[in-house]
Design a protein around this ligand. Structure first.
Ligand code: ZN
Length: 225
């Protein structure tokens, strides 16, 4: 009596497994991650671009500062009086030291930005390669899984026609409530679905009717003894 529905249920569980496998291919996560990474790197590049503009401004300002220093040096050449000259030289020397420190700081920042930009570029290339590989892998898996799923669906549709309408109705109801599998064996004296032990009344009823509905999980327990 239950052979047809059990076979039907088995095929449906196989179908569910294949669909899950198709939906949860590890490469799908790789694709999502790589798309997110490229977006993140684009934002990073935009920020680095802004930083580069700021550094260029700093550089231009230092250029102005350098011109002023040159002017001071020219002035010193023209109006050198020994005592005043030493004081002026000390001042100029301090300005040069100060200027050098600023240039050095700017250079470090520029090198850092260039390095970050280069890293971002490399990561984009890597992400695009991984993305492409993952896409190919998905296509490869789909070409195997989708035909299997389609065949199984056809098989299930054919099997469905021959099943007792009362059983298929019960099956559809419970399946709609996410109770799967619907038909389970008795394991020991317990429900094969929720594993809760049956009452002695339940066991007696199962012996008489060959099947009962589990009081706990609503599954149909079949007596195969
Ligand atoms: Zn149960």
């Amino acid at each position: 009596m239950f052979e047809d529905i059990l076979n039907y249920q088995r095929k449906e569980l196989d179908l569910r497994k294949l669909q899950r496998e198709l939906d949860n291919l590890p490469s799908r996560k790789v694709v999502t991650d790589m798309v997110a990474l490229v977006k993140e790197l684009q934002i990073k590049s935009i920020n680095l671009e802004k930083e580069a503009t700021e550094l260029k401004k700093t550089y231009d300002n230092l250029g102005v500062e350098l011109s002023k220093l040159n002017e001071k040096l020219d002035e010193f050449d023209k109006n050198c009086v020994v005592e005043e000259g030493i004081a002026s030289l000390t001042k100029i020397n301090n300005s040069i030291i100060n200027f050098q420190a600023k240039i050095s700081k700017l250079q470090t920042k520029i090198e850092d930005v260039l390095k970050q930009f280069d890293n971002a570029k490399k990561k984009v290339v890597m992400a695009k390669t991984k993305h492409k590989e993952a896409k190919l892998n998905i296509e490869k898996n789909e070409s195997v899984l989708i035909p299997k799923i389609e065949n199984l669906k056809k098989e299930i549709a054919t099997l469905r026609k021959d099943i007792n309408p009362v059983l298929i109705k019960k099956y559809d109801e419970l399946k709609a409530d996410n109770v799967m599998p619907v038909f389970v064996p008795k394991i020991g004296n317990s429900c094969g679905g929720c594993r809760i032990e049956l009452s002695s009344r339940g066991l007696e009823k199962l012996k008489q009717n060959n099947h009962i509905e589990c009081e706990h999980c609503r599954r149909i327990i079949i007596n195969k003894d």
